[in-house]
Design a protein around this ligand. Structure first.
Ligand code: ATP
Length: 237
């Protein structure tokens, strides 16, 4: 289980995370929501060791990963699929997937997992030699998720995976994330603005507000939480 304890992150004078504590249960889909600038991406980056933490701790089971290097955090089974589908544009689909397994040495297992990723994303299988840059937006997103899966994560963090997707692509994404939880038992932490996507798949929702955790609960609990309605859900959209 991932446990965040009293986490503070500053960017210069900006106090982006102000004492966040959160227990992320295994094998569930947890969505982080909140207004622009609430600290959602910063939370994911902090878990991944990509921003400096000034106070607090992050535990992964019994291991304190707060000060670990990103590559070691990946080695612990945690991976972030960042916002904006940061795939390698000049590498082929196949090379992008192989890059996701860069910490692994088990060559035959890697090849097997690539086939497994292709079975999850048949569209990628048809495009193994196509350069990343020439894929459609939805295909690039699939490749980004596929590449993240190549590291065999136990915790997969997705930052706005539905951004720029059309309705059909969002439906595919919802199916895929559900499959990742149900068939692979991977815990998924999802930052997403699309409430339809969130309400379809999230088991638990964490609401961030100005760098603090406003609420954490099931969909029903969050929808009925007065503080959340006032701060976030009740603004008419
Ligand atoms: P959004 O929904 O708009 O992506 P978010 O909830 O993910 O927002 P963060 O990206 O975590 O928010 O940003 C939290 C705060 O930290 C914001 O005020 C943002 O401007 C600031 N911030 C984020 N990254 C940096 C950075 N590298 N340097 C300075 N300030 C930053």
């Amino acid at each position: 289980m991932l446990a965040i304890r009293d986490l503070h992150v500053y960017y210069g004078g900006i106090h982006a995370l102000n004492g966040v504590s959160l227990d992320v249960p295994d094998g569930q889909i947890i969505s982080l929501i909140g207004a622009n600038g609430a600290g959602k991406s910063t939370t994911l980056k902090a878990i991944m060791g990509l921003v400096a933490k000034t106070e607090g701790h992050i535990y992964w089971d019994d291991t304190d990963i707060t000060s670990m290097k990103t590559k070691d955090i990946v080695g612990e089974g945690i991976i972030l699929c960042p916002e904006g589908r940061k795939i390698f544009p000049d590498l082929t689909v196949e090379e992008n997937l192989s890059a996701g397994a860069y910490l692994r040495k088990d060559k035959s297992e890697i090849a097997k997992d690539r086939e497994w990723v292709y079975s999850l994303f048949p569209r990628l299988k048809e495009r193994t030699w196509q350069l990343g840059a020439t894929l459609s937006g939805g295909e690039q997103q699939m490749l980004a998720v596929g590449r993240a899966l190549m590291s065999k994560p136990k915790l997969l963090m997705l930052d706005e995976p539905a951004a720029g997707m059309n309705k059909a692509e969002k439906q595919d994404l919802v199916k895929l994330i559900t499959k990742i939880r149900d068939e692979l038992g991977i815990t998924v932490m999802l930052v997403e603005h699309d409430m339809d996507v969130i309400m379809t798949i999230a088991d638990m929702i964490a609401v961030l507000n100005y760098g603090s955790l406003l609420a954490f609960g099931t969909k029903e609990e969050i929808q009925n939480d007065t503080a959340v309605i006032e701060a976030y859900l009740g603004n008419g959209d």
